[in-house]
Design a protein around this ligand. Sequence first.
Ligand code: ZN
Length: 289
Amino acid sequence: MKKDVRIALTFDFDAYSLWIGTFDSNSPSMLSRGEFGPVGVRRILASLEAEKIPATFYIPGHTAYAFPKTVEAVAAAGHEIGHHGWVHENPASVSADKERWILEKGFEALDKVAGIRPTGYRSPAWDNSPQTVPLLLEHGFEYESSMMGSDFQPYWCRVGDSWTKDGPYVFGKPVDLVEMPVAWHLDDFPQFEYVVGKSSTNQGVITPRDLLQMWKDEFDFLYDRIGEGVFIATMHPQTIGRGHRMLVLEQFIDYVKDKPGVSFTRMGDYVRHWKQGKTPSLPADTAES
Ligand SMILES: [Zn+2]
């Protein structure tokens, strides 16, 4: 079987915005964890440069204003920059008007700081509202990356799905917006970060070898059993950028890089590759497909 496996390393450069927006924190100590983000980005850029690997960074507008030189360095290195909200708000917890404002404020910051108009979107908290997909279409996005209905194959987003607890699921209309699926088990943050939140605690702080093993096993399944698709890993510079974790990221790159048919991709490049010859359709095995 001919192999065509593309590895998409993605980095959510949240910096302060995660602690201010998602965790609603006023603690300088908590925010300082985000201040480590630019340190992590510099290490990541060096590792990617050493291997000539293209990657994708999702950057909230708030981060762009806080750390403009780091954002410029990401852009100058040729990596894709995607939209990641303004201050890491959860779109499902704001009004439709506020969600539109957040999108526009994020665009404005990335334009002012790096002269970039992203075509990819990743929701902070990987949560979407019913308005998210229509808003992304209206703003010209090609893809979004916050949902989990697939693993190694992109799929078409839909508008107008509906459901009740006493009737069948109704599929909406597939639209020209590609989903690049994510997964919590391929994300560094829940595995590593010890966070005492207002309503819960995430213990985190596992050995990075556990994450490396999950990455390798997922990759092996894709490579050996399926042979074609995209492996999307999600990392956060403030998290993966710590020394012992950087070593594991580099070990994963070493594990995959020389296998026949494996290459690294930016997310938008994979979307355009996958879309060729396809038109929006429902997933296989749905009642209406
Ligand atoms: Zn984020």
